[in-house]
Design a protein around this ligand. Structure first.
Ligand code: G16
Length: 546
């Protein structure tokens, strides 16, 4: 470990005092100008995590994802590409807050962590770091790298600007693959494009039978999706990327992107509707770091229709259920869907009552959904905002492989289904929700089923819903229970919400503090658009007044 004097000099160069941080839904996320201290301590903490895990490479992503351009943030990624082990979030928070007090407090806390976690600071380890396209990224990276220097035995691989899921993927491959395999973006593109190639072979297409419009939120997803799709002839002239101005810092997520489309339930700037209805036209929006995606289309009456995370979860559930049936695997494989309180009531009904699939509800944050999903053989998890993926158990993959090796003589339909299941285990980025890989996976399902976006949408009808943000002086006062569906504090607010909800048909509403923005979120759904909007506005007023 670095000597005290040198560490202190680095601390003094990067740390400021007087702010209280907390590790939120997706790491630390604040206005970029107050983040230097936490970047420095996250460098130290990521180093500790790598050393604690016998030197495995730990990932770090500098991003504020869907937030406005002036924000930034940082999250730590486990060696297999998952979010930071939750018991370590408190160490990350404590170290940042001690550093925000004084050097002495930081140094004492660091010493205690090394001692209690029994960390050998002389061993070697590794950090893989990347950032999104924000202006503050390079400065914050510098503070982060200074923190990593606390342990001179650590190697840092700086990937520059990536999407968040690319960093998750490369972190996982760094630990999985031998050293002589180059872990770079090429590896990422090859992985998903080679699975996609199998889909085009199975479906026998030479050109994508969709008119695909991609809104890249003026984030890093723009150049990355172009780099990916331009490698395959099948996409030629079939897609267009809008809001691809990723070097214009102020444009990031502004009036575009997945969060804008989901919240406002309307087209983003830059995506226009054609004059005549085109059943094969499909639009999608990424968020700023391309870990979320939502789809949408305009129906023959010109009405905007959203195909969000719930619609993706139900599409995959129906599709995998069919494949499991036709391959004769349905009795051996447990499939489930994990959602949050934001899931539309109709989607849960459809999953449970129409498909007969089990549904679990967790708190917001992919870290919660992922942990629940890995309990299934096929765990489908999507937040309504479009953040999610599918995870396949190793038991399921082994079963598939052994069936594929022995079943080639069985019916062509059954063998084809086995092959498709196997391709999807490679087409989907299982480490985290990934706009690029999710987009390919959704297109692949639509291709195989020969469905249009409208056909996909017709499986069930969403209850009208509304999501609003309310800015309050102290959002930490809003404490929830029951997977965030009920408030424990402020006192009596939940009873007031319940009383309001009871006045509307088929209604539901809940309130929770955001873990990424300085606001309280209010969700409401009801039998009609007017009722959902009115209920959200009334509950919003209750929040403001309390
Ligand atoms: C992050 C999390 C998501 C979460 C979203 C909003 O997304 O990764 O799981 O749904 O924040 O969280 P909250 O409601 O607590 O603000 P992203 O895309 O911003 O990284």
């Amino acid at each position: 470990m670095l000597d005290g004097e040198t560490l202190k000099a680095l601390y003094e160069k990067h740390c400021k005092h007087g702010f209280k941080y907390s590790y939120g839904t997706a790491g630390f996320r604040y206005k970029a100008d107050i983040l230097d201290t936490v970047m420095f301590t996250t460098g130290v903490l990521a180093g500790l995590r790598s050393l604690h895990l016998s030197g495995q490479t730990v990932g770090v992503m500098i991003t504020a994802s869907h937030n406005p351009p002036e924000d930034n943030g940082v999250k730590i990624v486990e060696p297999r590409g998952e979010m930071l082990e939750q018991s370590w979030e408190k160490h990350a928070t404590q170290l940042a807050n001690c550093a925000s007090e004084s050097y002495a407090s930081f140094a004492t806390n660091l010493e205690e962590l090394v001692k209690t976690l029994k960390i050998d600071t002389n061993r070697s380890g590794g950090i893989a770091v990347a950032r999104d396209s924000r202006e503050s990224g390079p400065r914050l990276l510098e503070a982060f790298e200074a923190g990593v220097q606390a342990f001179p035995t650590l190697r840092i691989r700086d990937y520059g600007i990536l999407t968040t899921p690319q960093l998750h993927f490369l972190t996982s491959k760094t630990n999985e693959f031998p050293q002589n395999v180059e872990k770079d973006e090429k590896l990422y593109y090859n992985e998903f494009l080679s699975a996609w190639d199998e889909i085009t072979t199975i479906s026998g297409i030479e050109a994508l039978p969709f008119e695909l419009k991609i809104d890249a939120a003026n984030g890093i997803g723009g150049p990355k999706i172009s780099a990916m799709l331009s490698q395959r002839q099948v996409f030629k002239n079939a897609y267009e990327v809008s809001n691809a101005d990723w070097q214009n810092y102020a444009a990031l997520n502004y009036c575009c992107g997945a969060d804008f489309v989901k919240t406002n339930q309307k087209l983003p700037h830059g995506i226009a509707v054609g004059e005549t209805f085109n059943a094969r036209r499909i639009n999608c929006s990424f968020d700023g770091d391309a870990d979320r995606i939502v789809f949408y289309y305009n129906d023959p009456q010109g009405q905007f229709k959203l195909l969000d995370g719930d619609k993706m979860a139900t599409l995959f559930a129906k599709f995998f259920q069919q494949l499991l049936r036709s391959s004769g695997l349905q009795k051996d494989v447990e499939m489930g869907v994990v959602q949050t309180a934001y899931a539309n009531g109709s989607s849960a009904n459809y999953l449970e009552q129409v498909l007969g699939v089990s549904v679990k509800c967790t708190s917001t944050g992919v870290k919660h959904l992922h942990h629940e999903a890995v309990k299934f053989d096929i765990g489908i998890y999507f937040e309504a905002n479009g953040h999610g993926t599918v995870v396949f158990s190793s038991k399921f993959v082994e079963l598939l492989n052994s069936k594929l090796a022995t079943d080639s003589q069985s019916s062509p339909e059954s063998y084809n289904s086995l092959k498709l299941l196997s391709v999807f285990t490679r087409l989907i980025n299982q480490t985290v929700g990934d706009a690029l890989s999710d987009m390919l996976a959704v297109l692949a399902v639509l291709l195989v089923l020969q469905w249009t976006p409208q056909k996909w949408d017709e499986e069930y009808t969403d209850l009208p819903n509304r999501l609003i943000k309310v800015v309050v002086p102290d959002r930490t006062l809003f404490k929830t229970t029951n997977a965030e569906r009920q408030l424990e504090s402020p006192a009596n607010l939940q009873q007031e919400i319940d009383a309001l909800v009871s006045k509307y048909d088929n209604a539901r509403s809940f309130v929770r503090a955001s873990g990424t923005e300085d606001a309280v979120r209010v969700y409401a759904e009801a039998a009609s658009r007017e009722q959902a909007d009115e209920l959200a506005a009334m509950v919003g007023k209750l929040v403001e007044n309390c």
